[in-house]
Design a protein around this ligand. Structure first.
Ligand code: LMR
Ligand code: MN
Length: 433
């Protein structure tokens, strides 16, 4: 009998295999040519587009090229557009998730949401895909959408820990409804489930408890956060940290190495005060604190430097202060902080909170102070008050809280300064905050 004919590989499969092999052998230029040819000659084959997308993504990472990453995203989108023509749910999902990750990386969260919708429509039974969508909204602080998605997810999966977490965060940060947020945040964090174990979530739960006067419960949560390595200590809970920096609630000027610069500013406090007061007298220049840190009262700021950059228009209206600051580049140029006038009216309370990073120290040069016994700043377990013409320094990565029960408003110049132990190279390379 005649031998059975060898099974002939389909020409597309053959080309695809060749392109994949070139990629595996790291012959990227050739692999890219092959995939480009494939997607032209076999434009109707989803796997050609998928292969090309994966290669472009790999190249983008190797070349650290955002342009390449956009090409990869485009290729993924072409693949995903085949929809039902793609047989494998798993492959479809993985590709969609890669595309979303790349869009998040490039800061195009809005575009990512359309990919999320695609995945959710195809796989409506998987709550994780919905949680990924609410996470994308959370990343851009679109809490209204976080809430909307989480509520939908909870209708179908009432016990889903991640959906509860996202809903709790929306209740806390969007509605400022701490009592309602608490059980959701607590359930989620205590569940230990994937997607719930992050420093920010422990911080959110602890702060919610503090705002409900549940002091010891909050400390317990922070203690767990310390044990998990999320926080440096019970009181120092900044999230963007450099290791091994000296950490203490209050600092003496001479401990910082910036004694001379601080001295010069202090000597000029009256000129600085006059500029601050003049600005206060004109309406519309100070802006409300916008991070939901106020329990009650009025607390406003006027920024002179932000993330190491001069705020030009504002500096023009405070020329003496800014010219003094130009002589203090460790503060004016601190990309992880600000220099600003901060005014606080009587009857204000600022909730306990931590700054975002341990890379800066914060000085207050007091320009106008209320009655000393009626206002205070607590940092960790130490308290102090403001006295006109005086300067003190604290590390705002430690928990701090402010009460102002005096009658006259308080005006200070806040100066953030690079932590003195950061090297010049670190100061150059750390991402701005
Ligand atoms: C803070 O960081 O919360 C305080 O320094 C702000 C202020 O104006 O007291
Ligand atoms: Mn603060």
């Amino acid at each position: 009998a005649a031998p059975a004919p060898a099974e002939k590989e389909d020409p597309f499969e053959q080309e695809l295999r060749k392109a994949n092999e070139e990629m595996i052998r790291e012959n990227y230029a050739q692999a890219l040519r092959s995939f480009n040819t494939l997607t032209t000659n076999f434009a109707h084959e989803p796997s050609a587009h998928l292969g090309r997308a994966r290669l472009l993504e790999l190249l983008a990472k190797k070349e650290r090229s955002n342009q390449r990453l956009w090409e990869a995203i485009d290729a993924y989108k072409r693949y995903l557009a085949f929809g039902e023509l793609v047989a494998s749910n798993q492959e479809f999902q993985t590709a969609g998730e890669s595309c979303i990750e790349n869009l998040r990386f490039l800061g195009h969260h809005r575009q990512a949401t359309t990919i999320h919708e695609l995945l959710i429509n195809r796989l409506p039974e998987d709550p994780r895909l919905r949680n990924q969508l609410s996470l994308t909204y959370l990343m851009v602080n679109n809490l209204q959408q976080v809430e909307k998605v989480a509520v939908e997810t909870l209708k179908l999966w009432p016990n889903n820990a991640v959906a509860q977490l996202h809903y709790g965060l929306a209740l806390r940060q969007f509605h400022a409804d701490y009592a309602k947020a608490l059980p959701y945040l607590k359930y989620a964090v205590e569940s230990g489930e994937e997607g719930t174990q992050e420093a920010f979530f422990y911080l959110s739960l602890g702060e919610t408890m503090q705002r409900l006067s549940m002091k010891s419960e909050a400390l317990e949560v922070y203690g767990k956060g310390v044990a998990k390595g999320f926080f440096a200590s019970l009181y120092q809970r900044s999230l963007y940290n450099e290791p091994r920096l000296r950490a203490q609630p209050f600092w003496q000027p001479k401990e910082t190495g910036y004694e001379r610069q601080l001295e010069k500013l202090t000597l000029n406090w009256r000129a600085i005060r006059d500029e601050g007061l003049a600005l206060l007298g004109r309406s519309g220049f100070f802006e409300d604190e916008a991070e939901l840190l106020r329990d009650k009262g009025v607390w406003q700021q006027y920024e002179l430097y932000a993330q190491g950059r001069r705020v030009k228009d504002n500096c023009r209206r405070a020329p003496i202060t800014c010219s003094l600051l130009e002589e203090f580049p460790e503060s004016a140029g601190c990309r992880r902080g600000q220099v600003k006038f901060s005014v606080m009216q009587a009857k204000t309370h600022v909730w306990p909170h931590c700054g975002p990073t341990n890379c800066r120290l914060r000085a207050h040069l007091t320009l106008a102070a209320p009655e000393p016994e009626k206002a205070s700043l607590r940092v960790a377990e130490q308290e102090r008050t403001w006295r006109e013409g005086e300067l003190f320094i604290f590390d705002d990565s430690f928990e701090h809280e402010v009460w102002h029960n005096g009658s006259q408003s308080r005006l200070v110049l806040i100066l953030d300064m690079w932590h003195p132990q950061l090297s010049a190279a670190q100061r150059r390379s750390l991402s701005p905050i």
